[in-house]
Design a protein around this ligand. Sequence first.
Ligand code: SF4
Ligand code: SF4
Length: 174
Amino acid sequence: MKKVKVIKIDVDKCNGCRACEVVCSAFHAAPKYSSTNPERSRIRVLWDPLKDIYVPVLAGEYTEAECNGRDIYTIDGKEYDECSFCRASCPSRNLFKDPDSDLPLKCDMCEEEPPLPEPLCVQWCLSDALTYEEREEEGEEEEKLGEMEVGLESLIKKHGAKTVMDTVARLAKE
Ligand code: SF4
Ligand code: SF4
């Protein structure tokens, strides 16, 4: 079993205070908590008071190339910009890039030692727009395969693919 960490976002409860951006950027400052800069945050709040909406978006995977297509969302009859709700750090925009190094940013769930009871953006969201839960998922087989692959790769590097294959074939017969 593997542990899956989930931040649930209730858009209706977000008031656009941006406390989540402040604390996330402070946590990821160097040294930690030495400064704040929302552009360094791994969570950004899509802010559009005219459309009466604030949508927190957590930074996801980095992508090397921008999409060939675009999505346009219409919610309650209001149309939102292309890419508004996308989580990727992507070349087509400045969102989720470190302002100093330009390196992509990705939410790391505030990994810390000892672990935090909850991610900081959740702790600082006083309107409960962000809530945290952990759940167990079937994942053992996948993890074992991963370990096996890592092990096999190192064996192949050390002994060569043919030797490893011959050894596996011999052991399978025994
Ligand atoms: S702290 Fe909560 S209410 Fe404030 S902007 Fe972030 S998600 Fe919205
Ligand atoms: S979980 Fe932590 S790293 Fe991720 S957005 Fe929230 S404060 Fe930032």
